[in-house]
Design a protein around this ligand. Structure first.
Ligand SMILES: Cc1cc2nc3c(=O)[nH]c(=O)nc-3n(C[C@H](O)[C@H](O)[C@H](O)COP(=O)(O)OP(=O)(O)OC[C@H]3O[C@@H](n4cnc5c(N)ncnc54)[C@H](O)[C@@H]3O)c2cc1C
Length: 437
């Protein structure tokens, strides 16, 4: 192992999309920097997604401003490997100083002097600033209700790759955000009996009146919303770009053969119980869907846009039996359930970051990514500055703000008072007299 001690102005930790965007802006502003990545560029897109995953947004939207997806129709949805390749190409294009295979093990503020000492798997680094771009989705979260049941395969959606991975038998998918819904759909299409546990969710139309929902969120200013609406803190968003993209419609999934159940409450001796809130969750999701159609119609009328009417978008399929007579308890063995997939989200891990940048609950305390510990920045987190922050489209803009903040702060660090300026000038002239220059 090479041991080295390097001085760097700004160290970026992580080379997913957030780290690549950071590097672009720092480079453009002339900030000397280094990006360290413990795996490969865009590793989450390579190995942290199931095989068939495509981006949730179309190629014209889910990208950085400086590069289009090569060989992909603008309205198509990039596959996970195409997204990974995109960021690899992007990093080359901007000549990003990325070192892969290097893990950052510890970051500590220096005592009695400015900057940070960073322990890495390749040695020590001294940095004036550290930008944490380690991602919003680091540690798969499985809730404590998960049972210890012999004979039942349990995995988090982060470890799901394809239906062949699961044993024969029915599957319970817990969580119906974008991951849970798409995995449940894929498993049902592969011939499995699937139970899908549905909590509170938003479900925008995939497209309406010839425009993708990404476009609608943009023109309606919703990507730029600065905070979660009160009461929506635990609401997931169910969208899908699979099979060319379609609206997530829970009634359609049920008519297709998936059994919908409410929020998973508890497991007791092989019996799982569900909250009696399925109808309410579906109704709230419908409200969210219809509200976007209304806002879109309103926008079209106000701006006199010539976009085709789409009244059929408001037609709902009849309620399936699992919605009118919801299952509240399921004996897993009797139902033949042999696997459970937990599509229940992720948390972060900052155990390596020994700085004063966190709230009592362990979450970063920051304003638009500028933390309360001077010199420590976060980028890529959900709602860092707005709704778009954790997405490909949004992170690039947040990274620009952070890079500009780093440059702005330099004005203060570089300031010298009159006496210091005079001393520096004196020193300079002595150096010249000695003929050192
Ligand atoms: C299933 C799923 C589907 C998604 N689909 C979309 C989509 O379609 N469109 C969209 O816009 N967004 C999507 N997202 C959201 C978001 O775009 C991705 O999560 C994206 O990977 C986040 O990028 P990031 O750079 O912030 O973090 P990551 O991609 O997680 O990158 C962080 C990097 O940091 C590295 N790292 C972590 N700790 C260290 C350390 N100590 N030292 C060195 N390196 C370290 C990791 O190896 C990793 O490569 C999706 C998310 C998920 C989970």
């Amino acid at each position: 192992m090479t041991v080295e001690k390097t001085r760097i102005d700004t160290l970026v930790v992580g080379a997913g999309q957030a780290g690549v965007a950071m590097s672009e802006h720092l480079g453009r502003l002339g900030v000397q920097h280094l990006v360290l990545e413990r795996n490969r560029i865009a590793e989450a897109w390579r190995t942290g997604r199931w095989d068939s995953l495509v981006a949730n947004g179309p190629a014209w939207h889910d990208r950085f401003p400086g590069l289009e997806f090569e060989g992909l129709d603008a309205d198509a949805f990039a596959g996970k490997d195409q997204v990974a390749a995109y960021f690899e190409t992007y990093a080359k294009k901007i000549d990003a100083p990325i070192r892969t295979g290097v893990e950052v093990l510890k970051v500590e503020r220096n005592e009695g002097r400015s900057g940070f000492t960073v322990q890495t798997s390749m040695g020590l680094i001294e940095a004036n600033q550290v930008v944490v771009a380690t991602g919003p989705f680091q540690r798969p979260v499985i809730p404590p209700i998960a049972p210890q049941l012999p004979g039942i395969t349990q995995l988090h959606s982060a470890d799901y790759h394809n239906p062949r991975q699961l044993p024969e038998g029915a599957v319970l998918v817990v969580g119906a955000g974008s991951s849970g819904v798409q995995i449940a759909d894929e498993l049902q299409r592969a011939g499995k009996q699937v139970y899908l546990s549905v909590g509170a969710h938003d479900r925008p139309p995939r497209a309406y009146r010839n425009r993708d929902f990404c476009w609608w969120l943009g023109v309606l200013g919703l990507w730029d919303a600065e905070g979660v609406q009160p009461g929506k803190e635990h609401v997931t968003i169910a969208v899908s770009g699979a099979r060319g993209g379609h609206t997530v419609d829970f009634r359609k999934l049920a008519h297709q053969g998936i059994t919908l159940v409410g929020l998973t409450r508890a497991f007791d001796q092989g019996v799982v119980s569900f909250e009696a809130n399925l109808a309410e969750n579906i109704a709230r999701g419908d409200e969210n869907y219809l509200a976007l159609l209304d806002a879109a119609d309103d926008y079209i009328a106000r701006n006199g846009l010539d976009l085709p009417e789409e009244p059929e978008a408001r037609h709902m399929l009849p309620d399936p039996q699992c919605l009118t007579q919801p299952i509240l308890e399921l004996d897993l063995a009797k139902a033949g359930v042999t696997s459970i997939i937990w599509a229940t989200g992720y948390s972060t891990d900052y155990s390596w970051l020994k700085v004063d940048a966190f709230k009592p609950d362990g979450k970063p305390q920051h304003q638009r990514g500028v933390s309360r510990e001077p010199g420590i920045y976060f980028v890529g987190l959900p709602w860092l500055s707005r709704r778009g922050s954790a997405f490909i489209w949004g992170v690039w803009h947040d990274a620009r703000h952070i890079a500009e903040h780093i440059v702005k702060q330099r004005t203060y660090f570089d300031y010298r008072d009159a006496a210091q300026r005079e001393a520096a000038a004196h020193c300079d002239s002595n150096v010249q007299k000695l003929g050192v220059r």
